[in-house]
Design a protein around this ligand. Sequence first.
Ligand code: ZN
Length: 522
Amino acid sequence: MSALLQEAEGRLAPLAVARNLAWWDSQVAATDETEERRTRAELAWSDALADSELFAAVERAREAARGAGARQLELLRHLMLTQQVPTELRERIVELESSVDVRFARHRGVVRGVEVDDIEIKRILRQSDDPGERREAWEASKTVGAEVADDVRQLARLRNEAARGLGYRDWFALSLAVDEVDESKLLETLRDADAVTREPFARWKSALDQRLAARFGCAGSELRPWHYADPFFQELPPDGAVDLDALFAGRDVVALSRRTFEGIELDVAGVLGRSDLYPRDGKCQHAFCIDVDRGGDVRILANVVTNHESAETMLHELGHGVYDLELSADLPWLLRSTHVVATEGSAILFGSLARKRDWLEVVLGLGAGDGTELADRLRASEAAELLVFARWVLVMNAFERALYADPDGDLDALWWDLVSRFQGVAPPDGRSAPDWAAKIHVAVAPVYYHAYLYGEIVALQVAAALEARAGGIVDRPAAGALLRDVFYGPGQSVRWDELVERATGASFSVDALAREVALADA
Ligand SMILES: [Zn+2]
């Protein structure tokens, strides 16, 4: 069995490094050459994972395996499982996915006779006081849905065919299985999340609706989706947010993030040295952290400017980076990796520091009086943001579950049932359109949304544990040591939910979420 694992690592590890480097190069400088190399490296990686003889050997070895070997085989199986789909079917899925993706990228809605991109639609929904213009912008944000809906249904049918060929009920069940998320536990967690957020959300939203009705001169019962500040009502509207940008004027955001990790004795100098942190032409406009070789080559790509969002982004990406760096060097290659929920938990934990009183006072150097004044408003707005987001995740998850259960069902009506139930948003009168298909994640990042909420919950749970055991995070080396020893060090030698339980002393649950959202209307 260990010979099998050695063989698998010997083949996969170099391909993973090549794929990571090719990805990095294509994001740092998008050229035909880097793009072509990235595609080749990606193919070599997925071809290796598709190897049916290796997969059969893994399946056989699993039966007899125990201990650390068994855990490695389990992860290897999950890595390879979705690639064990007949080549022709796999290619049809990939082609249809990228065709939908391209149509999303090219599509432009029309407002007042002018083509607009997503940024302009969002600007109108945040700023415009003209309900007619807002309605046009919202409707423009949905036209892409009508264009791709038939193909998104077809994608769901093809994915289901692939999943059933592998012995799973549908794609929803297969996705959860390879991500090591227990489906009945997921449904229970989301039911609990619904229960603990329902009333605080209703209270917070009724106050929001009163402000919106006054702003737009209508009754609360006349509010429709275009009165909210983004196309899916998934973000905190600007009138509830706290703007911290003025505090960052003239400050060095990268130095502040380095200082944050120095304060807990986690060394990020090497990561920052290998990173590409500032805006430049031809470079990816987002931010990410990548562990190139599971041996210390960890890098961040970012586009740092001098504001609060950049500080939060740098702390977030370094929260991924320290996790990768502190994976125990003794772990075999397959286990020297992170589960998406755990690493997002670490990243969200550090990203949120940029809105915490401790950090603003100690790292940014805000006077104690100003910190106190800000602290309450920041806590309330963070709690409201979490409420809005949690209700949106409930819509997405319930919708995708239904989509894969029956891709031919009445999805247009179902979507508005869910939006009314979980988000309290009334559908436009007489609306009949595939508004669900305008959400790009349904097509290209299927069955993933719960992981965002899980990451938020893990961050809250870890923060509470560090508060109890180390007195907090900022300038508490004991917090850094705890993270290294009990949360980061074990890698994937244990399942993510067991890891969370060991690291925080409490099983994964919505308790921390319930405590946090109770502050929304404080
Ligand atoms: Zn992240």
